[in-house]
Design a protein around this ligand. Sequence first.
Ligand code: TA6
Length: 310
Amino acid sequence: MIYTITLNPAIDRLLFIRGELEKRKTNRVVRTEFDCGGKGLHVSHVLNQYHIPNLALGFIGEQNRPEFLDILNKRAISHCFFVEPAKWTRECFVVISETSSGSTMMPEAGFTVSQKNKEKLLFFIKERVQKDDYVVIAGSPPPEFTLDDFKTLFSAVKETGAFLACDLSGEFLLYAAKNGVDFLKPNEEEVKILGHKANEDVLQNIRLLMGKIRYFVVSLGKKGSYVAHNNKIYRVIAPQVTEKSDTGAGDAFVGGFIAGLFENLSIEEVIRKATSVAASKVQYMDSSTFSLEEVEHFKKEISIIEVEGM
Ligand code: TA6
C-alpha cells in the first residue's frame, strides 16, 4: 500500500482568463473549474491511473468538506482525512491563460491543525503502515505545524520501516535531507542550500547529498532533472511539449516515479515514466490530468545520460 500525506490540501479554484494576467487591468475570468490541490493528492491521482493501491491522508476542514470530498470522488481518490471542526480547507487560486501557456498560483494559508488531529495521524501511521509500504509526504505544512511536529511525524514513519518519499521545501526539506529518506526532490536552488555549496555547480551538491538519499532527484523544470541512485547520477532531458499549465507537474513526476518503483521497474524505466507523466500533465489546463497514452509516447523521447566522474 502507498500512503500519501498532504498536511495542507487545497481546493484548486482554476480561473481561466484570456491573455496574460496584468496589474492595473480588469483580468476577467471567462470560466472557473475546480480540481484537487496539494502535492500528495496529485501523487495519489497518478497512482490511481496505474491501479496502484493508495490512500490519501491529511487534514481537511469541516466547513467545506462536502465540496472537497466531491472533488476527491470525481478523481476516485481513496482517502482517510482527519476533519478539523469549524475550519475551511483552503483554496488555491490558479490563474490560467486560455490563450498562452503557464499558470499563476496563489495558495491560501489554510487552517491550524489541532493537537488531537495531529495525534490521530500519528496513531494511524503507527497502527496501519507496514514495512513493505510506501509513505509520500508532500506539500507545504499548515500554519503553526512546527518543525518539531514534522520531526515527530518523520520519526513515526521511519519507525515503521516503510519507504519514505518527501517532496517538501524549507526547513522540512532540510531536515529530511539531513536525516535520510528514500526519495527527495529539491529544485536547482534548493539543492545548493542543502549542500551548503551555493557557489558550486549542481553536480557537486548532489554528490555531497546523495549518500543519505536512495533516490535523489533535482528538478530542473522544463530542462528535465538529475537523478542520483546507486552511486550513479543521470542527466534527464525532458521531451519538448506544448505547455498549457505547469501546475502539478512536479507532483505528477513524483507520482510517476513512485509508481515505477512500486512496479519494480529499472531506474531508467522509472525515470522515463516519471518524466513522461510530468510532460503529459503540463499539456492540460487543470492541476492533475495527464494521459496514459501520451506517457507511452513521451517515454521514447526522453534522453538519459549517465554523468561520469562519480
Ligand atoms: O503542486 C501543485 C499544487 O499542489 C496545487 O494543486 C496547489 O494546491 C499548490 O500546489 C499547493 O501548494 P503547497 O506548496 O501550498 O502545498
